[in-house]
Design a protein around this ligand. Structure first.
Ligand code: SAM
Length: 275
């Protein structure tokens, strides 16, 4: 058993399911994740949910410095005691979704990497926040549920293709790094996981006149599943049918095309036409 797990046992800490506490103790896996994240001594890392510090320890060894944000107050003394000798670590207690991330990351070298075994209950809002919250991030390297990894990596028309695929692929070049079975976690979650790496693109995958409009059109495409894009435009933009048909024809799409089948390029053409 790993030393970290021993310490958790000694402290009589009970895992809080409500905080997504599924910890990793396997040193070989933690090493593999750190390597897959591509962390180097030249860059700083933001870790979300360090838990008892098992991944944090590897990140501190690999990175210039690590800023770790943990919500569970009970874990702060454990973290500080365990990682006392890591002089390049700063621990902040708080909820990553409500802290001012721009402020707390102000001291990090830019751009910084985000590496984390995240709490799954905030996966989608957290990815959105990290990608669109005005932070200077070089890449995200995150443990997510396998089903979420499928969404991040999906191709247009596939069952998993949706707003999360579009957001991630528009701004990043996502790749699957490591498949992680449920039994690697303590306690094991109900589902398998995957570690995905999302390096940010210098420019979005497709050029658009207005990013906000692009995301609005992308969300509209999935507002009513199995419906045509024309129907979705009518519902989401309060367009009359004639106008929706005209816009769809103008960008060279079939009037019967379903929103959920559209590629990034097609969504961009539609967004530009509406804009
Ligand atoms: N990094 C550790 C590991 O790999 O063993 C723990 C990962 S565990 C999946 C997620 C961690 O995120 C827990 O320590 C949990 O307390 C913390 N957490 C949950 N919600 C949070 C939030 N809103 N903000 C910051 N940390 C949070």
């Amino acid at each position: 058993m790993s030393k970290t797990k021993d310490r958790i046992r000694e402290s009589n800490l009970r895992y809080k399911q409500s905080l997504g506490q599924n910890f990793l103790y396997d040193e070989a896996l933690l090493e593999e994740l750190t390597a897959a994240a591509g962390v180097t001594k030249e860059e700083d890392v933001l870790e979300i949910g360090p838990g008892c510090g098992s991944l944090t320890k590897h990140l501190c060894d690999a990175a210039n410095s690590v800023l770790a944000v943990e919500l569970d107050e009970r874990l702060i003394p454990l973290l500080n005691a365990f990682l006392d000798e890591k002089k390049n670590l700063t621990v902040v207690q708080g909820d990553v979704m409500s802290l001012n991330l721009q402020e707390i990351t102000a001291g990090l070298k830019k751009p910084f990497a985000v590496v984390a075994n995240i709490p799954y209950y905030i996966t989608t809002p957290l990815i959105k926040l990290l990608l669109t919250g005005g932070l200077q991030v070089s890449r995200l390297a995150l443990m997510v549920q396998k089903e979420v990894a499928d969404k991040i990596l999906a191709s247009p028309g596939e069952e998993s293709w949706g707003p999360l695929s579009i957001l991630c692929q528009f701004l990043c070049e996502p790749r699957l790094a490591v498949d992680v079975p449920a039994e690697m976690f303590t306690p094991p979650p109900k589902v398998d996981s995957a570690f995905v790496v999302l390096p940010l693109r210098e420019e979005p995958a497709v050029a658009v006149k207005n990013r906000e409009m692009f995301f609005k059109v992308a969300n509209a495409a999935f507002a009513l599943r199995r419906k045509t894009m024309v129907n979705n435009l009518c519902a989401s933009f309060r367009m009359n049918r004639e106008d929706a048909l005209r816009v769809v024809a103008e960008v060279g799409l079939d009037e019967k095309v379903r929103g959920e089948k559209l590629t990034l390029e097609e969504l961009a053409r539609l967004a530009d036409a509406i804009e």
